[in-house]
Every structure is written in structure tokens, then in C-alpha cells.
Design a protein around this ligand. Structure first.
Ligand code: PLP
Length: 444
């Protein structure tokens, strides 16, 4: 028995051992043909989905608190997206925008110009993945400034291609033995209030001093930063950190690039996370929540920067694929029409109060943090702040066994993050949080 697009409110229901026999059979089959370099933390194979519920091949109904890593923010099986994609598949699936263009590409770029921060003239270029967007943002920043140094921060995650591995901080599993990495990438300290105790301006002053002394302001093409660090541990910088870095770039002829690939499209309660502090990036990279699950990424920036590139300097065969673009138009309309930014804020309050309550009952939650529907607990060895990766792993495993998809993150692997679809119902979220609470209590 499967579910349909109208079954969005149904509840979690685990009917077999997890993973069930059909998932186990698929997993055995997979070993012969899928690279072992790709792992599955949770080898349960999915057959259908709707809203915040995934149905696996054994007919277990799993509650999705990960949204495929902040991708399906509008939920699974959204009728408007199904319609838009189906129509576009029937019309045409590919021409290559640079060979023979189409209107929908323009429409998405108009939306990006509207919803990204700032009222200045903006242009965009579309790509297939977040990493590709970040690579192009770096290309553009270097071209437009005539400088080469890219500043990134501790705990940063920007992707897994060669350049983006250089930009990403964490060695295992992203970088180990995959070098040599691209040059002219410099890493400075970030703002991690729980671990550095610094105010935003203090953390910014520390980062700026490092940049000025070790790189030199006049060599810096851009500071590239996630407004809230995703893979690095859902680290929310102290207030004032991002505005100070942004101001420094403006004062020194460098660009401020916000990597909003995980934080964008209403996830944090605004269209983009930088909106919370009124920061206006010169360039913003988007992907993940952009297109309701279809692969699409964007680079949006000040027109004079984006248009500085020579003709033909940007592109790719599939970037801005018509089907992905049709999904993006429907996704953005859904986010807007259903007021999902506001919903993200409400979900955030729900998660924060529940997680803080849990923190008060145990000694292994060092910090509860997040913004909007991007919430996390940082697990530590009882009583101190030593990272406790084993606890995070145990919590995620416990949730999985109960049919709740939760994911860990963090440089130290000790953070459990919640990224529910923004259409999750209150009842579903309460259910998921109670499983998470049981998981943490089981360790105390
Ligand atoms: C996921 C992510 C990327 C990489 O996106 P892919 O589509 O996986 O290449 C880059 N930056 C941030 C902040 C991300 O969360």
C-alpha cells in the first residue's frame, strides 16, 4: 500500500525491522555495482513520498527530518511541482541554454533578482550543483576583481569538486587523499560562539587581522562564507560577525560571497539567512532548496560583477535545464504562496523549545542552536564541552530505527541536525522530536 500526493498528513509507521527485508535485498544488490565510496548512513530504500513522509520498499512510513539535506523544503510530491515538471518534460527536456534559449530560464533569474537581498541590478547564471555554483562564483570574483585570493573560514563546507574541496575545511571524509588541492585559498577563524566565546565584532576582528597579516587585503578577491554553517555543524555566527566581514570587503575592494546553498529559500525564516542581519552580498550561491528536488544551482550577483565576464566565459551543457527550471519556478511560487518562510520560523520555535527542554534534562547536550527550520544539538561528553561523536551517531541510529530520518554533521561529527520539510505538520514534528528526545535520554 503506497501513499499519494494527498496523504501529506499521515504519520510515521514502522512495520518491519529497519532496514526491512526488501531494503536489505536491494542493499546486497547494490554492493556489486555501486562504488563503496558512497555510503548510506541509513540503508532504507525509498519507493514513494509525500509531504514529510517517505515510504520505503517494505511499506514503512518514515518521518523525514532531513529533506534530503535541505532540498525538499516544500515537501515531497507537491502537486504544483509535479504539474510543472510533467508539462515541461512533455514540451522539451533540453536544448542547452547557450545553443537555443527558453523563457523559463529568464523567469527564474527574474525571481532570483527579486528574492535575493538588495535592490541593485542583479544578474544570474544557472548550474547543476552547489559545488558548480561555488566554483563559478569564485571564477567570477577573480575575474571581476583581478585578484586571486579566496578567503574561507574554519568548519566551512562548499562542496567536493577539486576547487571546492580546497574551500571545504574538513578532511575526513571529504578531502582525505584527494589532493593536491587548488591554490590561493586561505582559511581563517570563524565565529563559533559556543566554542570561542567571542562576540561577532571580536570574531570578525580576529579573522580580519589574520587576512591582513597573512594574505594582504589587496590580494583578496572575495570572502566566501556560509551565513550559517551547514555541514560544519549548524554554527550560527555571533551577531555582527557577518556585517563586519561584509563591510571589510566593501572597504578593501574585495567581494562578499554568501554561500546560501543550505540556508536559502526560506529555510531560516527569511528568503536567505543573510537577511536576518541586513547583509547584502555581492554574490550569492544557491542550490538545494531551489527546485523542489530537481538539480539546479544559481550564482546571483551585482550586474556589473556578473557581466564583467567575457562572452562565453560561463556556461555548461545542462546548467538551467528546462525541467529543473520549471520545478524551481513552481518551488518559489509554493514557498511564497504558502508563506513557508513564516512557517519555518514557527517550526524553529517549536524545535528550539523542545530541544532546550531536552537539554535541561541531560548533561550531553552542549548547545541547542539554529535559526528557523534549521535546528541542531551539539553533543558533548557529559558535563564538559568535549565533542561526543559517538553520542551523535547513537542518536541518529536510534532515530533511524524508529523510522525518523535525522542526520549528523559537524567538523567533530557530534551535531545532530534537523531540517524538516517546511510543510511538516505540527503533529508530525512533535512525533519526530519525541523520538529524538527518547534517543538522547537513552544515552543519559
Ligand atoms: C551542499 C552544499 C554545497 C555543495 O552542493 P552540491 O549540490 O552537493 O554540490 C555547497 N555549499 C553548501 C553550503 C552546501 O550546504
Amino acid at each position: 500500500m503506497t501513499i499519494t500526493t494527498t496523504d501529506v498528513g499521515i504519520m510515521r509507521d514502522v512495520r518491519t525491522a529497519i532496514p526491512g527485508p526488501n531494503s536489505q535485498a536491494l542493499h546486497a544488490r547494490r554492493q556489486a555495482v555501486v562504488s563503496a565510496g558512497l555510503t548510506n548512513g541509513f540503508p532504507v530504500y525509498i519507493e514513494r513520498a509525500a509531504g514529510a513522509i517517505l515510504v520505503d520498499v517494505d511499506q514503512n512510513r518514515l518521518l523525514d527530518l532531513g529533506s534530503g539535506i535541505a532540498v525538499t523544503s516544500v515537501g515531497h510530491a507537491v502537486p504544483a511541482i509535479i504539474d510543472a515538471v510533467s508539462r515541461q518534460v512533455a514540451d522539451f527536456t533540453h536544448t542547452c541554454f547557450m545553443v537555443t534559449p527558453y523563457e523559463e530560464y529568464i523567469e527564474v533569474c527574474e525571481e532570483l533578482a527579486r528574492i535575493t537581498p538588495g535592490t541593485h541590478a542583479k544578474t544570474s547564471a544557472l548550474f547543476n550543483s552547489g559545488a558548480e555554483a561555488v566554483e563559478n562564483a569564485v571564477k567570477i570574483a577573480r575575474y571581476a576583481t583581478g585578484r586571486s585570493a579566496i578567503i574561507v573560514v574554519d568548519h566551512a563546507y562548499h562542496g567536493r569538486t577539486n576547487l571546492t574541496m580546497a574551500l571545504t575545511a574538513k578532511n575526513m571524509p571529504y578531502k582525505d587523499h584527494f589532493g593536491p588541492f587548488a591554490p590561493e585559498v586561505y582559511r581563517v577563524a570563524t565565529s563559533y560562539p559556543y566554542r570561542d566565546g567571542l562576540s561577532g565584532p571580536e570574531a570578525a576582528a580576529r579573522a580580519i587581522a589574520e587576512i591582513e597579516t597573512t594574505v594582504g587585503a589587496n590580494n583578496v578577491a572575495a570572502i566566501l562564507i556560509e551565513p550559517i554553517q551547514g555541514e560544519g555543524g549548524f554554527i550560527v555566527p555571533a551577531e555582527g560577525f557577518l556585517p563586519a566581514l561584509s563591510q571589510w570587503t566593501a572597504d578593501n575592494g574585495a567581494l562578499f560571497i554568501a554561500d546560501e546553498i543550505q540556508t536559502g529559500f526560506c529555510r531560516t525564516g527569511r528568503w536567505f539567512a543573510v537577511d536576518h542581519e541586513g547583509v547584502i552580498p555581492d554574490i550569492i550561491t544557491t542550490a538545494k532548496g531551489f527546485a523542489g528536488g530537481m538539480p539546479l544551482a544559481g550564482v546571483t550577483g551585482r550586474a556589473e560583477i556578473m557581466n564583467a565576464i567575457h562572452e562565453g566565459g560561463l556556461g555548461g551543457t545542462y546548467g538551467g535545464n528546462p525541467v529543473a527550471v520549471a520545478a524551481a519556478i513552481a518551488t518559489i511560487a509554493t514557498l511564497r504562496d504558502q508563506n513557508l518562510a513564516e512557517r519555518a520560523t514557527v517550526l524553529g520555535e517549536h524545535m528550539m523549545s523542545s530541544l532546550r527542554q531536552l537539554q535541561s534534562e541531560t548533561t550531553i547536550i552542549g548547545e541547542v542552536r539554529g535559526r528557523g527550520a534549521m535546528a541542531a544539538i551539539e553533543l558533548v561528553v557529559a558535563g564538559g564541552n568535549i565533542p561526543n561523536a559517538a553520542a551523535a551517531k547513537a542518536v541518529v541510529n536510534y532515530c533511524n530505527q524508529q523510522g525518523v530520518v535525522a542526520i549528523s554533521c559537524g567538523t567533530y561529527g557530534n551535531v545532530v541536525r534537523l531540517l524538516p520539510p517546511l510543510v511538516i505538520t505540527d503533529e508530525q514534528l512533535t512525533d519526530g522530536l519525541s523520538v529524538l528526545a527518547d534517543a538522547v535520554r537513552s544515552l543519559s
